[in-house]
Ligand binder design. Structure first.
Ligand code: SF4
Length: 265
């Protein structure tokens, strides 16, 4: 779940005159990839493969503090108004190993990261990879008070009904659940629509997120992250109308956006 007209996660916009290439914000540069079979959901093996859309550090608009953001690729839920249509294709993005993602996590922790936010796409379409990532991230944080937050379009009931999904989020300190519903706007922090629920699941999650359960959004809701292909990613949860206003402001300043992920082609 990543960029909507008014919804969840982050979106991708591109200036009109620039070359088209695949989005690769926060792209890992190491060449190490070890294709491996999907393991059981409890696996922590670093060779488990995840298909992701992007990574970025620091993310400051999807959870408390400065965070590592990892966006999974692939989403079958097709919420109307999703700003992250570029993450829907299950064959899109790129493959990385959980070991590569955990190296990013270690670097982020060393740089003072206060948490990890996993979004998408729909992370639960890859339950083994998500389980391995969260188990490894929980292990790597040691005593650091860095929380693990997962965005999912599935509801609590849909999670509870599926053993693989339940196992995949076992190490999450908090979840934000539910589809993006454009007709139900909200002012609640980090949520794209009023039906979405912020659910602390651990003592750390409660300590970090209980103060925010009913907190209206305040301050900045979006951040722009340059990519290495002259495009840029908008990360965050836009307020209703915010993306349209941004496009209008840029147009007035002489910059038209093309290939925006929050608009159907
Ligand atoms: S769950 Fe909905 S909002 Fe999130 S990526 Fe999928 S379609 Fe978009």
């Amino acid at each position: 779940m990543t960029g909507t007209r008014d919804g969840e996660r982050d979106g991708v916009g591109r200036r009109e005159t620039e070359a088209e290439r695949e989005p690769e914000a926060g792209r890992e540069t190491e060449a190490e990839r070890a294709p491996g079979p999907e393991s059981a959901p409890e696996a922590t093996a670093p060779e488990v493969v995840a298909r992701i859309n992007a990574t970025h550090f620091p993310v400051t608009v999807l959870g408390p503090g400065r965070r590592l953001g990892i966006w999974f690729q692939g989403c079958p839920l097709a919420c109307a108004g999703c700003m992250s249509r570029h993450t829907w294709d299950p064959e899109g993005g790129r493959e990385v190993t959980v070991g590569q993602l955990l190296r990013l996590w270690r670097r982020a922790l060393a740089a003072g990261a206060e948490g990890l936010t996993v979004s998408g796409g729909e992370p639960l379409t890859q339950p083994a990879a998500l389980a391995a990532l969260l188990a490894g991230a929980a292990r790597e944080r040691a005593e650091a008070p860095a929380d693990l937050l997962v965005y999912t379009g599935y509801t609590e009931g849909e999670l509870a009904a599926d053993p693989a999904r339940r196992a995949a989020v076992r190490h999450a300190d908090a979840l934000i659940t539910g589809r993006y519903v454009a007709a139900r706007p909200t002012d609640l922090a980090w949520r794209g629509s009023a039906n979405q629920r912020l659910l602390p699941r651990t003592p750390l999650g409660t300590a970090r997120y209980a103060p925010h359960l009913a907190r209206p959004v305040a301050g900045r809701t979006l951040q722009a992250a340059p990519r290495d292909d002259d495009a840029f990613a908008l990360i965050g949860v836009p307020r209703p109308g915010q993306l349209a206003a941004l496009e209008a402001q840029l147009r007035a300043a002489g910059t038209a956006l093309t290939h925006t992920s929050w608009c159907a082609e």
